[in-house]
Design a binder for this molecule. Structure first.
Ligand SMILES: Cc1cc2nc3c(=O)[nH]c(=O)nc-3n(C[C@H](O)[C@H](O)[C@H](O)COP(=O)(O)OP(=O)(O)OC[C@H]3O[C@@H](n4cnc5c(N)ncnc54)[C@H](O)[C@@H]3O)c2cc1C
Length: 451
C-alpha cells in the first residue's frame, strides 16, 4: 500500500528530508526519537530532520497554571529545542501552506519573505489553538490560556488589578477590576482559575483595603459538569471544592456577550469584568486548512491508527491537530491531551523509520488512564487507573507525575528547585506587567526631550 519510492531512495543512500511542522509535544518527542533511531543515517548525511515552529522551545502546558501562580519560573516550563535536539535543524517561523502533492511547504520566517521548503516525509504536529465563538466583545477583552505569554500576562494582570483596586476610590472601577471570569471548565480553565484564585487570595494579605472575599471569580460552563477528564465522581467533588472556596460556578450557562467588559450570561446575569479568560475548547492549528491533506468532520487531519495520514504516503500526523482513531474505544477518536500526544510521538517516529525502510507500520494503542489536576497550592484531584484521590495526596501525585514527564533532567532539577524555594519563602506577588510595554518609558523620555 505504501509507496516504495523512499525505500528505494534509502537503499540508494539519497538524502531524505523529514520535516516536522510544530515543535510542541508531538514535534519534540518525535524528533528526539528519530534523532536516536537514525543517528547513524544522520551522521552519514543520508537523512536530515527539520522542525519548523514560531518558538524555539516546547511548552510543557500542564505547568502553565503553576507558572501563572508564580510557583514555577516561566523559563522552567519550556524546553529549548536547539539544546535538546542537537542533530535537528530548527527553523523559527510558521508553515503557512502545505502542498503535499509537490512535497513542499511554504515557510514564513520570523523576518523576511516566505520561501518553499522541500521534504520527503512530513510530520504534522502543529497542535491546536483556542476554539472561539463569534461572541460580541470576545476579541476585545478575551485572553486564552495556551502559551507561556498568556499565562504570565494573566498573572501580571491579576496582580496589577489588585493594585488598581487598592488605589482607586471609585467603587465601580474597583468592582470591575476585582471581577475575573473564566469560560470553559476543562483542564485548562479549572486549573488556571484555581491557581490564580489561590495566588490572588494569598496576595490580598499585602493590601490594606482588599480582602479575599472582595475578589470575585466566576467560572462559566456550557455543560452540566466540570473537569470531565477526572470522571463524574471526582468532577462533582471538584465542583463542591470550587464552590466552598467562594468561586461562582455557573453550569449550563453560556457567555452571550462581553462588549466593553460588560459580561452578559445566558442565565440572565450581567456584570462588569476587566478580565475574561477563554478556555472553552480547542481546534486544530489553522495551517491544516491550507494544505492538501485530508481532514475529518472536525477539521483535524484525518489519520489512521498507524498515525499516517489517510491515503497520503509520506505524511504522518498526531496530537491535537490530528483525528486519530482510538482502537481501544472503537468509533471514537483519541482525546486532544498530552497523555496521547507523547505516546503517539513514540509510535509515529518508529513508523516514520519503518516507512523509510519499507517495513509494515505499527498501530497506536493506548487506553486513557485518567488524569490528575492541580487546584492551587496543596490542593488537587486525581483519577488515575481507577485510583481516586483528592486534596493533598492528589496534589502531590499531580506534582510527581508532571515532574516525571517534563522533558530533560535539566528542567526537572530547575522545577524541583523552584518548588523547594517556594517551601521556604513566601510566594512572589509582584506584577511585572510593564515588561509587556518595555519601550513606553523610553518613548515618554523622547517626548519630553522634543518639548
Ligand atoms: C493549560 C493547559 C493544561 C493542560 N494540562 C494537561 C494535562 O494535565 N494532561 C494532559 O494530558 N494534557 C494537558 N493539556 C493538553 C496538552 O498540553 C495538549 O494536548 C498537547 O500539548 C498537544 O500536543 P501537540 O504536540 O499536538 O500540540 P502542542 O504541544 O500545542 O504543539 C504544537 C506546536 O505547533 C506549533 N505550530 C502551530 N502552528 C504552526 C505552524 N503553522 N507552523 C509551525 N508551527 C506551528 C506551535 O507553536 C506549537 O509549538 C493541557 C493544555 C493546556 C493548555
Amino acid at each position: 500500500m505504501l509507496s516504495q519510492a523512499l525505500h528505494e531512495g534509502w537503499g540508494l543512500r539519497m538524502n531524505k528530508h523529514i520535516l516536522i511542522v510544530g515543535g510542541g509535544y508531538v514535534g519534540l518527542y518525535t524528533a528526539l526519537r528519530l534523532q536516536r533511531k537514525l543517528h547513524r543515517e544522520l551522521r552519514a548525511g543520508e537523512v536530515r530532520i527539520t522542525i519548523i515552529d514560531p518558538q524555539s522551545y516546547m511548552t510543557y502546558q500542564p505547568f502553565l497554571p503553576e507558572a501563572a501562580a508564580g510557583n514555577l519560573s516561566p523559563r522552567h516550563v519550556v524546553a529549548p529545542l536547539r539544546r535538546i535536539l542537537s542533530k535537528v535543524r530548527i527553523l523559527n517561523g510558521t508553515v503557512t501552506k502545505i502542498d503535499h502533492s509537490a512535497r513542499t511547504v511554504t515557510f514564513q520566517p520570523a523576518e523576511g519573505s516566505a520561501r518553499q521548503v522541500a521534504y520527503d516525509v512530513i510530520v504534522m504536529a502543529a497542535g491546536s489553538i483556542s476554539r472561539t465563538l463569534p461572541i460580541p466583545g470576545l476579541t476585545d477583552i478575551g485572553i486564552g490560556f495556551k502559551t507561556v505569554g498568556e499565562a504570565i500576562a494573566l498573572r501580571n494582570r491579576v496582580l496589577h488589578l489588585l493594585d488598581v483596586a487598592e488605589s482607586t476610590d471609585d467603587p465601580e472601577v474597583r468592582r470591575r477590576a476585582l471581577t475575573f471570569v473564566v469560560v470553559g471548565a476543562g483542564f485548562a480553565g479549572v486549573e488556571a482559575l484555581a491557581e490564580l484564585e489561590d495566588m490572588a487570595k494569598h496576595s490580598t494579605r499585602y493590601y490594606r483595603n482588599i480582602t479575599s472575599s472582595d475578589v470575585r471569580w466566576v467560572l462559566v460552563e456550557a455543560t452540566n459538569r466540570v473537569l470531565p477528564e477526572v470522571g463524574p465522581e471526582m468532577g462533582r467533588w471538584t465542583l463542591e471544592q470550587l464552590r466552598e472556596r467562594g468561586i461562582e460556578v455557573k453550569l449550563e450557562t453560556r457567555l452571550n456577550s462581553c462588549e466593553g467588559g460588560h459580561v452578559m450570561l445566558s442565565d440572565g446575569s450581567e456584570f462588569d469584568a476587566e478580565t475574561l479568560v477563554w478556555t472553552a475548547g480547542v481546534k486544530p492549528s489553522p495551517v491544516v486548512n491550507d494544505s492538501d491533506l485530508p481532514l475529518d468532520e472536525r477539521g483535524r487531519i484525518k489519520a489512521t491508527a498507524m498515525l499516517s495520514v489517510v491515503g497520503t504516503p509520506g505524511a504522518f500526523a498526531a496530537g491535537d491537530a490530528a483525528g486519530v482513531p482510538d482502537v481501544t474505544n472503537p468509533g471514537q477518536y483519541c482525546a486532544p491531551n498530552a497523555q496521547h500526544a507523547v505516546r503517539q510521538a513514540k509510535v509515529l517516529a518508529d513508523n516514520v523509520v519503518r516507512y523509510l525502510r519499507g517495513q509494515e507500520l505499527a498501530e497506536y494503542r493506548h487506553k486513557y488512564v485518567g488524569s490528575v489536576a492541580g487546584l492551587g497550592l496543596h490542593q488537587g484531584v486525581a483519577n488515575v487507573y481507577g485510583l481516586k484521590l483528592r486534596g493533598f495526596p492528589a496534589w502531590f501525585m499531580h506534582r510527581t507525575y508532571h515532574l516525571s514527564r517534563v522533558p530533560t533532567l535539566n528542567r526537572k532539577v530547575r522545577v524541583v528547585v523552584d518548588w523547594t524555594l517556594a517551601l521556604f519563602f513566601k510566594r512572589e506577588t509582584i506584577s511585572l506587567g510593564e515588561m509587556e510595554h518595555p519601550r513606553e518609558g523610553f518613548r515618554a523620555a523622547v517626548a519630553t526631550t522634543r518639548r
